[in-house]
Design a protein around this ligand. Structure first.
Ligand SMILES: *[C@@H]1O[C@H](CO)[C@@H](O)[C@H](O)[C@H]1NC(C)=O
Ligand SMILES: *[C@@H]1O[C@H](CO)[C@@H](O)[C@H](O)[C@H]1NC(C)=O
Ligand SMILES: *[C@@H]1O[C@H](CO)[C@@H](O)[C@H](O)[C@H]1NC(C)=O
Ligand SMILES: *[C@@H]1O[C@H](CO)[C@@H](O)[C@H](O)[C@H]1NC(C)=O
Ligand SMILES: *[C@@H]1O[C@H](CO)[C@@H](O)[C@H](O)[C@H]1NC(C)=O
Ligand SMILES: *[C@@H]1O[C@H](CO)[C@@H](O)[C@H](O)[C@H]1NC(C)=O
Ligand SMILES: *[C@@H]1O[C@H](CO)[C@@H](O)[C@H](O)[C@H]1NC(C)=O
Ligand SMILES: *[C@@H]1O[C@H](CO)[C@@H](O)[C@H](O)[C@H]1NC(C)=O
Ligand SMILES: *[C@@H]1O[C@H](CO)[C@@H](O)[C@H](O)[C@H]1NC(C)=O
Ligand SMILES: *[C@@H]1O[C@H](CO)[C@@H](O)[C@H](O)[C@H]1NC(C)=O
Ligand SMILES: *[C@@H]1O[C@H](CO)[C@@H](O)[C@H](O)[C@H]1NC(C)=O
Length: 729
């Protein structure tokens, strides 16, 4: 069935999108990146991994100075360094107000009015916003529409229930949510402790509960989710205190104004003592002391009246103290933002976020990302260009097989989908699938890592192009030498592709794409459906519950015990050519299997699975292999393109397609279905024979010659490497 390639491209007018997806921003206080990475390795199926898989992640997030909770949480929602957002410490002395306040107890606007938080900015621009437990969310009047004030005794699961209620009641555009763990545990036991480790595991289950709830209320799929932490955590030796009284005459210090902590703001009792006090402090070991004007610029920690005339930064592990410390604890933060221990985490996933990694970046940059996702106007901020349009998806590739389209059979469709997926990977697009011909696959398969989310692209006002590939045997060659057709479409939001494309192997051979393919984690020569089908198929599709039950039922019959050898024979009677001419003599398949594999003494261990477009072939097999168990799926699997409206048929095709992944030995027709099914085994080329002709001379033959001489030419060719069979997987 070799048909003429046809290709049409037509562009529609570009216009702006109007529908925004909701954004949820989560913070896990004190989640240190190194410990988090360890957790991920030890818990590959964690709930955090659900975000990271197909999400956007950085190795770490650099916190702002000082690496305390309040300053950094305000940075996260304002995009401003603490010196510019006014929250310069957890406890602040403001010389204008002549007042010192601990932010945990002070909710007067005057402490927060240097700027406004995103939930308020977005609300003013007409969005529905909410915040749970986040710093300043209860500061009147710069509040979101709905909020809960911080309360340490409030169970995290109940907070989630509350958030879920908000989602149900209101059409929330933006929400942020703060969790005070694993910080609390980190302070008590230190990041190296088992307790801290266990707390990350616990917070993972909290996250899992949230994700499950969001899924239950049908929000998760359309949600852009960002997860971050404010800072890391350093392990302490309990004795590493620096007591001021041991070094300095305390009468030199104005304690009403000074804030003594890991990062301290120190005022002299009288201005004329500044020099003397600085000299004394500067001699104390294990800390860095600066006059305000000498603080290194890259710390962005001087340009604010709330920062005192002398600033002290304790070295990692040390704590400057003005009072005797009576607790025993093993963790702290506030240290140099460049330290590994202070590194925070960043991950994000959602329909408007591409997957992959983003270089470690400063936490001021999350704010404009959120503005972009929310499609609101940002306030001035300190972000640099970390997030480019490349990280934000509004770009899709959509594989389409609609009622009136020429789609081919299941293998053709699958090749189109997998090639589109390869293309999506290469071009950082989101893959969507719209497959309604024959049967809507959504009734059989569950979405996996890729959603059946084509409705979303339909609701949006996107610029788009359709590419109709038609039947494309050999089309992949075009991509070996030229990918301009796709690079030229870079700015198009939605590329609809129709027809059985097989260009993934062409992409593989294009030198210009080698680096990109490697960066995706593939060996370029294996960026090919023959090697990737198992991986990609299981990413894209999984059987739904009903299909899985059927599958399990047949698999038990096919492999009754672990030492069963399963031989699969797939005979498509009408191939080649379009007419149902029954050209393939099934006995040649049976004789080949009998003479090649059943000439041993342990034949009782062999089960034979037969798939065919004709039921009588299966009955013949039963008569032929008298000494073996012969298994087949009750109804024939037709070529689905012929009978377009029979959902049962695609069910059986897919059932057989999945079952054949378990074959130890495979003997198949020159048919995409059988060949792709066997290639979908973990070891694709294991004991694999195709009734066809060797690749080399088949290419020299005309279509007519090929079909008319088929029976004379075809033999059982061992398919042990790419190119050994005339077939373009
Ligand atoms: C899509 O864009 C067009 C042209 O800008 C506009 O007239 C139309 O209202 C938009 N549709 C939606 C659903 O936003
Ligand atoms: C913040 O509020 C205080 C007290 O009302 C006021 O003196 C100050 O000017 C305000 N600052 C800004 C930036 O609005
Ligand atoms: C994910 O979260 C759920 C819900 O809390 C929890 O039951 C499950 O154990 C977590 N998954 C893993 C792998 O820990
Ligand atoms: C603080 O500790 C020092 C040294 O142990 C001791 O001399 C002093 O009395 C303590 N001060 C208070 C207020 O407990
Ligand atoms: C911290 O790292 C940045 C680069 O990320 C560098 O420019 C800066 O000098 C470092 N600061 C310190 C105090 O080491
Ligand atoms: C940060 O942004 C604020 C507001 O635009 C600006 O005033 C300040 O100078 C910026 N800081 C830096 C280091 O660029
Ligand atoms: C590779 O990229 C260069 C520069 O854009 C272009 O000239 C060349 O044609 C490309 N080669 C292929 C094989 O696509
Ligand atoms: C069975 O036949 C195959 C193919 O002719 C041959 O390679 C194999 O050695 C035979 N096995 C036995 C046990 O004779
Ligand atoms: C299968 O092969 C054996 C020889 O290995 C032969 O004796 C037997 O007749 C064959 N079975 C059929 C049904 O042809
Ligand atoms: C086979 O077809 C019959 C009649 O259409 C149907 O009742 C039966 O459920 C089908 N069996 C399978 C396994 O699909
Ligand atoms: C081409 O295929 C034939 C078998 O049909 C084989 O004998 C021959 O060696 C092949 N030629 C090459 C160059 O691989």
């Amino acid at each position: 069935m070799i048909k003429i390639l046809f290709l049409t491209i037509f562009c529609l007018i570009k216009s702006l999108s109007t529908l925004r997806n909701p954004l949820l921003f989560l913070s896990f206080d004190g989640l240190q990146s190194a410990k988090f990475e360890e957790f991920l390795i030890q818990n590959p199926n964690s709930n955090f991994s659900r975000i990271i898989r197909n999400g956007l992640k950085s190795d770490y997030l650099k916190p702002s100075t000082p690496t305390f909770t309040f300053p950094n949480h305000y940075t996260l929602i304002t995009g401003l360094y603490p010196e510019s957002n006014g929250i310069v410490n957890n406890v602040i002395y403001d010389p204008n107000y002549k007042e010192k306040g601990a932010l945990k107890d002070n909710f007067d606007l005057k402490w927060y009015n240097s700027t406004e938080p995103i939930f308020y900015t977005a609300k003013k621009q007409g969005l529905k916003t909410a915040s749970s437990f986040w710093i300043s969310n209860n500061v009147w009047p710069r509040q979101p529409d709905i909020f809960l004030a911080f309360n340490r005794n409030y169970d995290p699961f109940l907070r989630i229930d509350e958030l879920i209620n908000w989602y149900i009641k209101f059409n929330l555009d933006f929400a942020c949510m703060y969790f005070d763990e694993p910080d609390l545990t980190g302070h008590i036991y230190g990041p190296e402790s088992n307790e801290y480790k266990q707390k990350i595991v616990f917070m993972d289950s909290v996250l899992g509960y949230l994700l499950n709830e969001l899924e239950r209320i049908n929000i998760l799929k359309k949600l852009n989710l960002i997860v971050a932490s404010d800072h890391g955590m350093a392990q302490l030796d309990e004795n590493q205190f620096i007591y001021l009284r041991d070094y300095v005459d305390l009468n030199l210090i104005d304690f009403d104004k000074s804030v003594i902590a890991i990062v301290s703001s120190i005022y002299p009792k009288t201005q004329d003592k500044l020099g003397e006090l600085y000299e004394k402090l500067a001699k104390i070991p294990h800390m860095k002391v600066y006059l305000k004007n000498d603080i290194p610029k890259e710390l962005h920690y001087s340009n604010n009246e709330r920062i005192g005339p002398i600033v002290v930064f304790s070295d990692e592990g040390y704590r400057l103290m003005d009072k005797n410390y009576t607790y025993i604890d093993y963790g702290a933060h506030g240290y140099d933002a460049n330290l590994t221990s202070m590194r925070a985490v960043f991950m994000a996933k959602g329909p408007n976020l591409r997957s992959g990694s983003v270089k470690p970046f400063e936490n001021v940059n999350i704010y404009p990302l959120m503005c972009k996702l929310l499609e609101i106007k940002c306030l001035p901020n300190n972000a640099s260009e970390v997030f480019s349009p490349d990280h934000l998806y509004n770009k899709y590739i959509q594989y389409e097989c609609l009622q009136s389209d020429l789609c081919g059979g299941w293998a053709d469709r699958l090749k189109g989908i997998l090639s589109s997926y390869a293309f999506a990977l290469i071009t950082d697009r989101s893959l969507t699938i719209k497959l309604t011909k024959g049967c809507n696959l959504r009734e059989i398969l569950d979405p996996n890592e890729v959603d059946w989310n084509y409705e979303k692209t339909e609701n949006k006002n996107l610029s788009e192009t359709s590419i109709n590939m038609g039947y494309d045997f050999g089309y992949s060659d075009k991509f070996k030498t030229d990918i301009s057709m796709f690079t030229n479409l870079k700015n198009i939001d939605l590329i609809r592709v129709r027809g059985p494309m097989m260009f993934a192997n062409g992409l593989r051979d294009n030198q210009n794409l080698t680096e990109k393919i490697k960066s995706l984690g593939y060996e370029p020569s294996k960026f090919h459906t023959a090697f990737q089908i198992h991986k990609w198929y299981s990413k894209l599709f999984k059987m739904n519950k009903k299909m899985k039950e059927k599958y399990d039922f047949y698999l038990k019959k096919m492999k009754p015990s672990s030492d069963t050898k399963l031989i699969c024979i797939q005979i498509r009677k009408s191939d080649p050519g379009d007419k149902e001419t029954d050209v393939f003599p099934e006995t040649r398949f049976f004789d080949f299997v009998n003479s090649t594999f059943l000439n041993t003494s342990d034949t009782h261990k062999y089960t034979i699975f037969v798939a065919s477009s004709k039921d009588y072939v299966k009955l013949d097999a039963k008569r032929y292999f008298k000494d073996n168990r012969v298994v087949y799926v009750d109804n024939s699997s037709f070529h689905i393109d012929v009978n377009v409206n029979e959902c049962d048929q695609i069910e059986n095709v897919l059932l057989e397609f999945n079952l054949m992944q378990n074959c130890d030995i495979g003997v198949v027709s020159h048919s995409g279905f059988g060949m792709l099914a066997l290639l979908n085994r973990p070891d694709p080329f294991k004991d694999f024979y195709v009734f066809t002709k060797p690749y080399n001379d088949s290419m020299k033959m005309s279509n007519e010659e090929f079909i008319s001489n088929w029976l004379n030419i075809a033999t059982f060719v061992k398919f042990d490497k790419l190119g050994s069979v005339y077939f373009a997987p």
